[in-house]
Design a protein around this ligand. Structure first.
Ligand SMILES: *[C@@H]1O[C@H](CO)[C@@H](O)[C@H](O)[C@H]1NC(C)=O
Ligand SMILES: *[C@@H]1O[C@H](CO)[C@@H](O)[C@H](O)[C@H]1NC(C)=O
Ligand SMILES: *[C@@H]1O[C@H](CO)[C@@H](O)[C@H](O)[C@H]1NC(C)=O
Ligand SMILES: *[C@@H]1O[C@H](CO)[C@@H](O)[C@H](O)[C@H]1NC(C)=O
Length: 306
């Protein structure tokens, strides 16, 4: 490939040590940071929304949850979520490498140009081991007002446990009801592991999007999420679950000094998340009875409650 000056500077930018990840889409809050998404000038080479949310920054809700609330997507831009279908996310360390990015930016099969920014604790340049990825997830809140929505209003609807890795990540969706007028708000989540050679561990990732549900499922209802629990030996939290919020000054639903004492929580089976569509987050959907395992866990929980 011919290397242009622009491509070379992009490469320098994207491989800088502070490069991290998000899912890019024109419906992302902060998509055109530091400018408004409606501005004529598009900042195609920008990485503000990929910045990790770190414990040492001791962030309040304004600083992390509403970080890009003043940078909404342009009117009419929505992440389209086909009920019982799938959505393909473009995970990258810079908008430059995505379809809304720089046309002649260098291409890579990875979510970034190389493995480092993926924080997967992998063996560099060797085949990846998916158990180190951490898993990324999408959540939804049936609320259009970014100033009204709160962390606990989000419910996880999809997990891709073998991400982040590829430059395209598929999220399978359960049956979803229609969004309110003005759309839903969606969250993208990732907590990378901190052992196996990974360096700084006390950080999470969260970005917000406007979304609509295409061909919504009748009668389906997204349940209010419970806080997930570490459950490698069984007894997982059954049914709808909240995203895992930790390391912040405000808005946490987990105490990281307890849950992340040995390893960070992950969007994977050992926190009760099945890889793919979170069907157990939905009630009233025909043919979506809780799976045997979920039912067994619920019965077990009921037995303990007696
Ligand atoms: C984009 O933002 C920068 C810095 O905030 C500002 O100087 C510039 O004028 C903005 N561009 C447009 C087109 O609004
Ligand atoms: C949140 O933190 C920021 C940055 O530290 C600070 O400027 C702001 O006043 C805080 N907001 C609230 C509501 O506490
Ligand atoms: C994404 O990865 C595929 C290979 O998996 C590659 O063909 C494609 O060019 C990559 N896209 C970008 C934008 O880097
Ligand atoms: C996760 O994303 C990858 C890459 O798009 C895809 O191959 C895989 O099927 C997805 N996993 C699930 C459970 O949807």
């Amino acid at each position: 490939m011919k290397t242009t000056a622009a491509a070379t500077s992009l490469l320098l930018l994207a491989t800088a040590a502070n490069a991290h990840l998000t899912m890019w889409h024109p419906a992302l809050f902060g998509y055109n940071y530091p400018n408004q998404s409606t501005d004529a000038v598009q900042n195609r080479n920008q990485n503000a929304p990929v910045a990790p949310l770190r414990a040492r920054e001791n962030m309040n809700l304004t600083a992390w949850f509403w970080r890009f609330a003043d940078y909404p997507p342009a009117p009419g831009e929505f992440l389209h979520l086909p009920s019982e279908g799938e959505v393909v996310g473009e995970i990258s360390c810079n908008r430059a490498f995505t379809s809304g990015g720089v046309p002649d930016a260098p291409r890579s099969p990875f979510a970034c140009r190389e493995e480092g920014p993926l924080h997967t604790a992998n063996r560099f340049n060797k085949p990846p081991d998916a158990k180190y990825f951490g898993g990324t997830a999408l959540s939804i809140a049936y609320e259009s007002d970014v100033r009204k929505v709160r962390p606990e209003d989000f419910t996880i609807i999809s997990v891709n446990a073998t991400s982040p890795w590829a430059n395209r990540t598929t999220y399978a969706l359960p049956r979803l009801p229609e969004c309110p007028k003005g759309g839903c708000l969606v969250g993208w989540h990732w907590i990378h592991q901190k052992t196996n050679g990974e360096g700084y561990g006390d950080e999470m990732y969260f970005t917000m999007y406007r979304a609509v549900v295409d061909r919504p499922g009748k009668k389906a209802k997204v349940g209010k999420g419970a806080v997930p629990k570490y459950c490698p030996g069984g007894g997982c939290v059954a049914g709808p679950k909240q995203p895992m919020f930790l390391f912040m000054k405000e808005g946490n639903n987990m105490d990281y000094k307890v849950v992340a004492a040995k390893e960070n929580p992950t969007y994977a089976r050992d926190y009760g998340f099945k890889d793919g569509a979170q069907k157990d987050a939905i009630s009233g959907a025909l043919g979506l009875a809780p799976s045997g395992a979920v039912l067994a866990a619920a019965l077990l929980a009921a037995a303990f409650a007696l």
